[in-house]
Design a protein around this ligand. Structure first.
Ligand SMILES: Nc1ncnc2c1ncn2[C@@H]1O[C@H](COP(=O)(O)OP(=O)(O)OP(=O)(O)O)[C@@H](O)[C@H]1O
Ligand SMILES: [Mg+2]
Length: 281
């Protein structure tokens, strides 16, 4: 049931997967991340079984599934929080098993979690660097930090009036955007986003989706986890559907419509049953 976008994937396979950075622009995008039949158990809970996926430079893979489907478990394996206990995980065609998020980060795999690890009372620029501030003598090079933060945010099209304002005064969408710009600045090749739009209204979700598209256009591979097919469909190139820890297939955009995606996601039959049950007598 695994379906893929024929054109681009065939080209990527033909190009092989040599170690080293993925090619950007022109030609076929190379696969950066790939899992083959990956699995993970927690004690007696089988959180993930036989899941295969891949993401290439300049491509957005959406991971969809209901609560408990295994989405976070999958991305925690990709980002070095958990080790898989079945299958293989490849980065640039080389098998890996990360012992920590630091190791994943060193390979250019950056993860933006929903709780974001930002300090609300600190300024935007301090949060942008957070521990990696440019130094000058014994202190920070504040002028440089401000300038770089401003430039990077602008390059991503993020319009923040004042980088001295506390992060806590930004909207949820803007905060997600700062986190995305930060990952891009620090050299991410793959950006993993765990439900960045789930707590946001329509307008702010749109803001975040726009930065996902920007990151993609800058050549990053993006793994975008969401419950919401309406958020996934406009920005995704590929869609991996998870259900109770197993894959229900990986679809290219040409292989599935937004309606089909919604029906698969929601468990069409279950929703119909519910509608029936809720009907007035
Ligand atoms: N550290 C853990 N220890 C034990 N069980 C876990 C652990 N992490 C996840 N699980 C279990 O694995 C399954 C998948 O969980 P996971 O968090 O990956 O789902 P999810 O798709 O991210 O769900 P949600 O949409 O609610 O975030 C669940 O049954 C969960 O209880
Ligand atoms: Mg989750």
């Amino acid at each position: 049931m695994v379906q893929v976008l024929p054109g681009r994937d065939a080209a990527a396979r033909d190009a092989g997967q040599p170690p080293g950075p993925a090619v950007r622009g022109g030609g076929a995008a190379l696969t950066i991340l790939e899992t083959r039949g990956i699995g993970k158990t927690f004690g007696s809970v089988l959180a993930l079984r036989e899941v295969s996926m891949s993401v290439a430079a300049g491509q957005v893979l959406c991971v969809l599934g209901d609560n408990g489907a295994g989405k976070s478990t999958l991305i925690k394996i990709l980002s070095g929080v958990h080790r898989h206990d079945a299958g293989t995980y490849l980065v640039d065609g080389q098998e890996v098993s990360f012992a920590s998020p630091r190791e994943a980060l060193d390979r250019g795999i950056a993860t933006v979690y929903q709780d974001l690890a930002m300090i609300p009372l600190m300024s935007v620029w301090r949060n942008f660097f957070l521990g990696s501030e440019p130094r000058k003598g014994l202190g920070f090079d504040v002028a440089k930090a401000r300038r770089v933060a401003r430039e990077e945010l602008r390059a991503m099209g993020i319009d923040i009036r004042d980088v001295d304002q506390p992060v806590g005064t930004l909207s949820g969408g803007e905060r997600q955007s700062v986190a995305i710009a930060r990952a891009v600045h620090f050299g991410a090749r793959v950006l993993i986003l765990d439900e960045p739009t789930s707590a946001l209204g329509v307008k702010q979700a749109g803001v975040v989706l726009r930065y996902i598209a920007r990151a993609r256009d800058r050549g990053l591979g993006v793994v975008f986890i969401t419950h919401n097919p309406h958020h996934a469909f406009p920005v995704g190139d590929r869609f991996l559907l998870l259900n109770r820890g197993t894959s229900m297939g990986e679809y290219g955009k040409d292989d599935i419509t937004a309606q089909e995606l919604t029906a698969l996601m929601a468990g069409g039959a279950e929703l119909e049953e519910l509608a029936h049950e809720l009907r007035r007598e």
